[in-house]
Ligand binder design. Sequence first.
Ligand code: BDR
Ligand code: CA
Length: 392
Amino acid sequence: MDSDRKFALTRRQFVTSSAAAVVAGSLSPAALAHDQTPAAADRPTSSSPSRVIIDTDPGVDDAFALLLAMRSTELKIEGITPVAGNVPLELTLPNALRMVEIAGRTDIPVAAGAKTPLTRRLVTAAYVHGENGLGGAEFPEPKTKPVSEPAPEFIRTTVRKHPGEITLITIGPLTNVAMALDLDPDLHGMIPRIVMMGGSLAGGNITPAAEFNIYVDPEAARIVFQSGIPITMVGLDVTRKTGLTDAHVRRLESAQNPVSQAAANIAHHAIQHYREAGFLVDPNMHDSLAVAAFLNPSLLKWKEYYVDVETAGELTAGETLGYSPTAGDLRRSAEAEKKAAQSMTIRGSAPTLATTKTSPVLRDHFVPNTNVAMEVDSAGFFELLIGRLTAK
Ligand code: BDR
Ligand code: CA
């Protein structure tokens, strides 16, 4: 059996068994529970850099996110794991290698990830990121090679080397992470947090319901959200407020360092590509905001939800649903609110005539698994992003 086929088989078997466990309710509340540390408590400091792995599909905004991360001394980047997403792996992998070369960080291992989602055909976003994934900005072929381990195995072994220490920053479809969790049933307990660009509580960008990263591989996303790993979700609710403007590009151009020059080149092409495609908005820096959220969570406002992923909906596959006892305009007395937080069930769709008389209870009671970013200080974010890319 060739290795690609072996991978594909593993993925299918994995999804079947994981989905069955979820349907049967065998993921216990304990598995879903997490330490409810607010995101701010995870904030890294430069005196003790935080170990991270960045899972990515570069991608214009991924490229910015990688450059920002590599210019942030608070981070010890243990590895970068490209996955197919914005463009196929044949492009996301060399694009990631190009970024480490531009940043002078070829010491960071890059491990090639999945070429396809767990069970679906790959959908790409070349219409946003250009055919080469970098808005059409050209860079030389990278000389650096990826490490020999495939990304899921790399994630597994690296997390096991530093159990409880490595935060995963995920800014692409979640295929690699779901596969790593499948390789090692104990791995979820060794990952303190996933900081994710993905999802949205208020509408999508590829369908009315789904955000791109979740849409591409909803089965993988569901596995990740149900893994019990605490998640920080930086979704479209906030990333849509991060348009990169011509003024930002001018600042990048005026700094004389290879990172800001490369970022200016990508940004310039991306803006041009956007205008040619008829978009009236500026390219969003979705993924850099996830990195910034890890570096400085106080740039955003947060609210805890139980988040799950729709995988079956004909119109809604890839939607992230946030359950909260205080969602929407529900108002309760303090006492009723406390009771709701302790006893609220997570309810599925209304009962059909063919089945039971009551709505299915998907979870016995509400347990938050995700800190969701609700608001962002966009000016503060751009100060951080452009400031770091242009620094000497
Ligand atoms: C996400 O999808 C990709 O196109 C971007 O790189 C980002 O990760 C935004 O929906
Ligand atoms: Ca991305």
